[in-house]
Design a protein around this ligand. Structure first.
Ligand code: LFR
Length: 492
């Protein structure tokens, strides 16, 4: 029979999972094998990820596969963007990777632009300026005189680092490389000028591979330890957002997407990067996607706001399930207080709830008190920010946007989906929630020669999932709220 099994390892900033996918006759089915938390570890005011623990979680997933006697065809790894590890001359990891939430990059872009002007950096890369981009992390590390950077022989982005630990092969997958802001999308290669300005060599980077290419095979030691065969590790869209957007179940190209998780990534898919004065002014990014596509998008602070509040409440003994969160949000009146989710004060505050209160106080609004009020404030504000960003997007988009596909974990939030439809005045098509894992698997399937074009890939996805559609309503109430929200955005 024509059945294939693939193993997807998908790492988000707050949790990770290993997933077994089965592709049979143009349909894909997923089964979650393991799920585990991922967290930032603070040491002397520096913030790290634990790459060893993540690698261990990867092996645990493979062991579960072996214990169920399932034969997988390949392995694919995707993670959040921009973070990386340094390898020494002997090939060992020199330090735990810094987290992009580490404040070491505060002010780094401005200093960097003294050497190479901002406009030139944008023109060369098409990437939105965000202080945590790898380019500014390396700049900050250089300034800190980081021992790891000083002794580094190689730099590997997170998904490539984990693939390296499995196979011993050092590559740089294209989509994850494009998040670094060190790559030129025209040449699809690293841009030496950008490295020169930091004072490091582009030879630290690895040869670029495209999604669908085989990186290597698992080592003998992995085969023995995990009880698996000699299987290939295939480069997928190593950047989680790239994998997610590959899995939009769209019928034509006239859609915008919102990949909803810790971040809300809103954008469109285009054939060529849009690098213009307008896109520069609006700070939109052009991230490399699968099959030669470009994701023209903007980062919006997403569920991070809620995740951080939940963490606080949990520490204080109040744990909520997701349905409870939605119920709480439903229980009170909307638009009592609003925030700009992208205010810098929400990037990595000691206390998210305090940061929200401070913002509301500064902007002359009622401060949320109950948990329900915080949750409602977050959801309302996200839906309103989506409208703002969609408006910016439409200004630059080469076509009229007709609907919004919401994918990723956040697409399970029906309340927010409805709020989003109301706010943007367009239908919201929600699902699949496991878009990232699906996109990851589809590139493995491409590598295995099962499928090729994005159209065919999306057909398989449409065959396999039934998205839910939310039609806009309550337009007047939302228009009024948006006017207030828009005023708020002008304050800063
Ligand atoms: C989403 C994501 C975004 C990226 C941010 C930081 O998980 O990958 O695309 O901008 O995390 O890496």
């Amino acid at each position: 029979k024509n059945i294939h099994h693939f193993f997807a390892f998908d790492l988000g900033a707050t949790s990770g999972r290993s997933i077994l996918a089965t592709i049979e006759n143009d349909r894909i089915e997923l089964k979650e094998l393991t799920r585990f938390p991922n967290k930032i570890i603070r040491v002397h005011d520096k913030y790290y990820w634990d790459i060893y623990a993540l690698f261990d979680a990867l092996k645990d997933g493979l062991k579960v596969v072996a214990s169920q006697s399932i034969k997988i065809d390949a392995i694919g790894i995707d993670t959040w963007g921009v973070d990386f590890v340094y390898l020494g001359k002997d090939g060992s990891v020199l330090s735990q990777p810094r987290s992009y939430r580490d404040p070491y990059t505060e002010g780094a872009p401005e200093e960097y632009f003294n050497i190479l002007p901002k406009k030139e950096v944008y023109d060369l890369t098409g990437i939105q300026i965000m202080n945590f981009n790898s380019i500014f992390q390396l700049f900050a590390a250089k300034k800190e005189k980081s021992s790891a950077l000083e002794s580094a022989a190689d730099i590997l982005f997170m998904p490539d680092a984990l693939s390296y630990m499995l196979t011993g092969k050092k590559v740089c997958e294209y989509t994850i490389a494009s998040t670094s802001q060190l790559l030129n999308p025209r040449t699809k290669n690293f841009e030496a000028k950008l490295f020169d300005a930091i004072g490091i060599s582009p030879s630290l980077m690895q040869p670029i591979v495209m999604p669908g290419e085989v990186i290597g095979y698992v080592t003998e030691s992995i085969m023995k330890e995990c009880g698996i065969d000699r299987i290939p590790v295939i480069a997928v869209a190593g950047h989680d957002t790239g994998s997610a957007v590959a899995a939009v179940p769209a019928e034509n190209e006239k859609f915008a997407y919102l990949s909803s998780g810790t971040w809300s990534l809103m954008g469109i898919e285009v054939d060529d990067p849009i690098i213009t004065n307008e896109s520069f002014d609006l700070n939109f990014t052009n991230e490399g996607g699968v099959n030669g596509t470009t994701r023209f998008l903007k980062n919006i602070t997403g569920m991070w706001l809620l995740e951080q509040c939940r963490k606080e409440w949990e520490a204080a003994g109040q744990k909520y399930t997701y349905p409870e969160i939605v119920e709480l949000s439903n229980s009170i009146e909307g638009f009592q207080s609003m925030i700009d989710p992208d205010d810098p004060s929400f990037a990595n505050p000691e206390s998210m709830s305090k940061a929200i209160c401070t913002y509301c106080q500064k902007t002359g609004q009622k401060q949320p008190q109950s948990h329900a009020e915080f949750i409602r404030c977050i959801f309302d504000s996200l839906a309103l920010k989506y409208r703002f960003v969609l408006g910016c997007l439409q200004k630059v988009a080469p076509f009229k946007i007709e609907k919004l596909h919401v994918i990723g974990g956040g697409s399970q939030n029906r309340l927010l989906n409805q709020a989003t439809a109301n706010s943007i005045g367009m239908p919201v098509v929600a699902g699949p929630s496991e878009a990232t894992a699906i996109g990851n698997v589809m590139m493995q399937a491409k590598g295995a020669g099962l499928i090729d074009s994005l159209q065919d890939i999306r057909k398989v996805i449409s065959n396999s999932v039934t998205p839910e559609v939310f039609q806009p309503c309550d337009t007047e109430v939302w228009n009024e709220a948006y006017n207030k929200f828009f005023q708020l955005l002008q304050i800063k």
